[in-house]
Ligand binder design. Structure first.
Ligand code: 0T9
Length: 381
């Protein structure tokens, strides 16, 4: 393939072979340098809020129907960032840094034009298998998103198939009191273009957004070769409480624009710029914060100095191994900092029942409310 440097062809070939044989978790496979990303998976939850004004707009909706539509618009508008931004920034999908247990990522989007400040707290709550928990809130708008993310991977027809494990719960304070909850499930991914060394993601099958009011958005994803042959197609059908009849339909390309089929108008448009999360200066960060923890590895990858990158990566991994050994010997386990694990999420169970979610139960990581932005002296602007 063209994207694979001549000197890395055989290592790419053996990497692809190992993908075929290792099923479940690819995160710890050693990949050739050209495909390494300097960004840790703990940074990925920031994709949920790179259009903070669309998140904030959920709070402005006045009816249950409009609130479900605002949530759908925000959700669809995150997909471009979640699934195509590495191609735009790094040239192709790349292998993210595999977070260590306890790794943290903190950030925020400032309050501009009355949209309120949005805060992000991320913690790697498991290393093997990798599980990332996150909490995003805009307290001035009464919005909070809590979720976790893991993956099960398999290899089929030359592509990697990624089943996303985990879900997110969005809680919205509604006008006049009370809370509305939304259960958000996640689509399946297919990673294509591997043979040529230029991987990219296509979304497949369906995902759902179930509101506690009963409104449900069922989102279907298709790629090239379906409904007219374009990449990144979706169609979302909104149904009212207790009904299977489509009430509203939205259709188009999730990485550009889509239409509201009722009005014929634009439903979402993500062709304009998005807003990256703001983080502290590295020197002001906690040692467990992702960009500080991985800084020499990331520098090596960015500058093409893979010897330094791999030496620094080994340092981190050896330190982790030693930590796990010490914990075992002392009969203790690593304590989570910002989240508490629960075996079954009651909101998932309650809302999942409404659309027969599969599985019918999932675990969750409940935010403890103790992030850096929840402290009394935290910046508010
Ligand atoms: C949650 C997202 C997730 C994480 C990534 C599969 C993947 C790790 C998980 C699902 C985010 O909200 C959305 C986007 C991209 C997903 C990643 C794409 C990817 O390739 C990796 C896996 C683990 C690999 O690194 C596979 C090997 C690599 C050489 C292919 C590029």
């Amino acid at each position: 393939g063209e994207a694979v440097p001549a000197a890395q062809k055989s290592s790419w070939a053996s990497f692809l072979k190992s993908i075929g044989s290792v099923s479940g978790d690819l995160s710890s496979l050693t990949a050739p340098p050209f495909i390494l990303s300097p960004i840790s998976l703990t940074e990925f939850p920031a994709y949920w809020c790179e259009r903070p004004e669309l998140f904030a707009a959920i709070a402005e909706a006045q009816t249950d129907e409009d609130r479900s539509i605002a949530v759908l618009r925000w959700f669809i508008s995150t997909l471009k960032g979640q699934y195509t931004s590495r191609n735009e920034k790094l040239g192709s999908e790349k292998k993210p840094l595999n977070p260590v247990l306890g790794e943290l990522f903190y950030g925020y989007w400032p309050d501009i034009d009355g949209r309120g400040r949005t805060n992000l707290v991320v913690e790697q709550v498991s290393h093997h298998p990798p599980i990332t928990a996150y909490y995003i809130d805009n307290t001035s708008k009464g919005l909070a998103l809590q979720g976790h993310s893991a993956q099960k991977t398999s290899f089929s027809g030359g592509s990697i198939i990624v089943k996303q494990i985990g879900h997110a719960i969005l809680t919205v304070d509604i006008p006049g009191g009370g809370k509305e909850e939304f259960l958000i499930t996640l689509p399946r991914l297919r990673i294509d273009g591997l043979w040529y060394g230029s991987p990219y993601i296509e979304l497949t099958e369906s995902s759902y957004i179930q509101s506690s009011t009963g409104w449900l958005s069922a989102i279907e994803y298709k790629g090239k070769g379906y409904f007219g042959g374009k990449s990144h197609q979706y169609k979302a059908v909104l149904t009212p409480p207790g009904s299977n009849n489509a009430h509203r339909t939205f259709e188009g390309l999730w990485h550009t624009t889509s239409k509201d089929l009722k009005t014929g108008g634009i439903f979402h448009d993500v062709q304009g710029p998005k807003e990256e999360v703001t983080v502290a200066l590295i020197d002001d960060m906690d040692d467990w914060e992702s960009r500080k923890l991985w800084r020499y590895v990331a520098k090596g990858i960015r500058e093409g100095d893979f010897e330094t990158a791999s030496r620094e990566k080994s340092k981190i991994e050896n330190e982790q191994r030693q930590r796990r050994k010490d914990e075992l010997a002392a009969g203790i386990t690593w304590p989570l900092k910002h989240f508490e694990h629960i075996e079954s999420d009651p909101v998932y169970e309650r809302l999942g029942r409404l659309f027969r979610a599969n599985p019918s139960m999932e675990d969750a990581y409940v935010y403890k409310g103790n992030g850096p932005y929840d402290q009394p002296d935290a910046p508010t602007a």
